[in-house]
Each structure stands twice: as C-alpha cells, then as structure tokens.
Design a protein around this ligand. Structure first.
Ligand code: TXA
Ligand code: MG
Length: 316
C-alpha cells in the first residue's frame, strides 16, 4: 500500500515499520528509539538476531551522539560520499545504541542515504534503522512492487520509484591501521582510493565466532532457482546474460543490460533474479564472463552469494 511522506512520519513516530526508498535498495524502516518496532523488523524479515542493522542519519554531526574514537579519515569519507551508498562501521559510545541494533557489538554501522523522500522523513523522525526490505535470504527490493511482493499488498511503502544504483551500500570499517571493505557495494574500491590514497582491501569473515561483518555469513540475494555460475551451458537451462551478447536461440534469456555498462547491470540485478522466480524458471546459467574490477566486484559478490547452496539454511 503506497503511503505519503506524512503518513510514513506518523507511522514511524507511532512505532510502526514502513518501507522506504533509498538510492541503493528499499529499506524496512523503524525509529532507532522504538525497541518494539526494531523487534518487528527482525520478525518481519525472519532475520537472525546476530546480524546488526545500519543506522541512517540526516547529518554527519549526528554521529557524535552515538560514536566515539572516530578514525580521522571517517569525516573525509563521509564528506566525499554522503549522502550516498557508503556505510561506516564505527566504535560506539556505550549505552547509546539498543543492543538489538548493534547485535551486542561495540560498533555500529552508519550512513546518510540519498533519496529526497527518505531524507525528509529522517529529518522529521530522527535516525532510522533500515535493513534491505526483502525477506531474509531473498533478492533485495529495488521497487515498491518488490516490497509488496515480499510483505503483502497492504504493507505500507513510500513509492520512490526504481532505486538508482540497485546494489546495497559499500560497508567499511577501520582495522586500526587501514580502512577495509567488509561488504562490496555501490561504491567501488577505486573510488574510495581517491579519498584514502589506497584501494581498501576486502576483509572476509575469517573468524566465524566473531565475524567482521555478520551479514556476510549468510546466504543472501538468492532466488528459488538454482544458479550455475559459468561452466557448460545445457540446452534446457535459462540464461542470465548481457543484452549485447549472443546466446543459443533455444535457451530462455533474462538480460541484465550491456556488458560495458556495469551501473545498468547493477541496477537490474535484483529485478532479474526476481523475474526468474516469477517466471517459474528453476535452473539458470549465469554469464560470469565480466571483469573483476570496479562495480563488477559487487556484482560478482552478489551472484556468488545468491548461488551459494552450502549456506542455504543460513539466511540474512
Ligand atoms: O544500502 C544499504 O546499505 C541498505 C539500505 C536500505 O540502506 N541497507 C542494507 O542493510 O543493506 P542490511 O541490513 O541488509 O545490511 C547491513 C549489513 C549487514 O551485512 C550487517 O551484518 C552489516 O551491514 N553490519 C551492520 N552493523 C555492523 C557492525 N556493527 N559491524 C559489522 N557489520 C555490520
Ligand atoms: Mg540485506
């Protein structure tokens, strides 16, 4: 059910959960000050409680109410990329963040999103927690109708059109000497290097008991269909591919966009994964012949995790 900005503000202030558009993907929003609404987010999504939420703020200064010992370059990164698809994980002032939001960690994730409707709502309501507005494990939502297909036609959503980037924010943290990327996202490392002077490395969850990015432990972005990443294409398989490439005529095709337009591919990725299930297709071959650089790294990451059968029961 589409709602206005004013209705979203009233619902959030009254302790409800609503879906809001951002430049990355749609988010399921609750006020940071409403414990019951935050609980409801975990219930609605079926999200594990050890997976912390991102706090969306209106201004850089808001960080000082929640975070301390903020590394020097955090302000430079925020000034360069906020409002926008960069999330910074920072040490928090004890007692300021509900433990359900931070999953009991001594850090929390922050960003200023870039969507005029949602930024206005944050200005009126205050900080909002917002995970992606999809059922846990499923592809994220990049349109209001994706949200309605996961949470029902009567679920309140502010329709902000199609999400511009279509991939979640890049999540970074400071390891004591350097910034590291802990989730690939809409801002590629090469762009971060303009501020940092180096391309930040990707830090994976080596210690499963204390993961550096809990969400990365889970299967995510996954359609019901089986995805085969490259390899030998069978005649009975459908194809996820690029619109400017040629594939065997007998196979059913789902196009992501051109192979020289990674931003276009990123923007269509989740729609494409959802369209496969909507079409009842069960076995898909994915054309993985694309570069491993820039935005392609995030696209590669999403396909890899969407195809990961090993962690099928571990959902984000
Ligand atoms: O683009 C986005 O970031 C979207 C829009 C709605 O803002 N939000 C989003 O939230 O993708 P979610 O909950 O789907 O993903 C948040 C990721 C998870 O992988 C989570 O584990 C990680 O951020 N995260 C949150 N707090 C963290 C923390 N304190 N330390 C490490 N990772 C954290
Ligand atoms: Mg998510």
């Amino acid at each position: 059910m589409h709602i206005s900005i004013q209705q979203a503000v009233d619902l959030l202030q009254g302790g409800a959960v609503v879906a809001l558009p951002t430049e990355t993907v749609y988010g399921l929003a609750a006020s940071l000050n409403n414990a019951r609404a935050i609980e409801m987010i975990f219930e609605l999504k079926g999200r594990p409680r050890n997976n912390p939420l991102i706090i969306h703020v209106a201004a850089l200064e808001d960080l000082h109410s929640y975070a301390e010992n903020i590394p020097d370059e955090a302000a430079a990164l925020a000034n360069a990329f906020w409002p926008g698809p960069l999330t910074l994980v920072l040490p928090t002032i004890p007692g300021r963040i509900p433990s359900l939001v931070s999953a009991g960690l001594s850090t929390a994730a922050f960003r200023i999103p870039r969507h005029p409707l949602t930024n206005e709502i944050i200005r009126q309501v205050g900080p909002l927690v917002m995970p992606s507005a999809n059922l846990s494990g499923k592809p994220s939502a990049t349109s209001a109708s994706h949200v309605e297909s996961d949470f029902g036609q009567s679920f309140p959503v502010v329709d902000g059109g199609l999400c511009q980037s279509g991939l979640e924010s890049t999540v970074m943290t400071y390891d004591g000497s350097k910034w590291v990327v802990i989730r690939y996202g809409a801002i590629p490392g090469e762009q971060l290097a303009f501020v940092l002077g180096y391309v930040p490395l990707f830090a994976s969850n080596i210690n499963k008991a204390a993961p550096i990015c809990p969400g990365q432990m889970y299967r995510h972005y996954a359609p019901e269909a089986h995805l085969q990443l490259g390899g030998v294409l069978r005649p009975d398989q459908s194809i996820i591919g690029f619109s400017n490439r040629t594939y065997p005529v007998s196979n059913r095709k789902f196009f992501l966009g051109r192979d020289d337009m990674p931003a276009e591919v990123a923007a269509q990725l989740y729609s494409c994964l959802r369209a496969i299930d909507d079409a009842g297709v069960t076995d898909v071959w994915v054309d993985m012949d694309f570069p491993r650089q820039g935005l392609w790294n995030a696209i590669f990451d999403r396909f890899t995790r969407a195809a990961s059968a090993a962690e099928k029961n571990n959902k984000d």
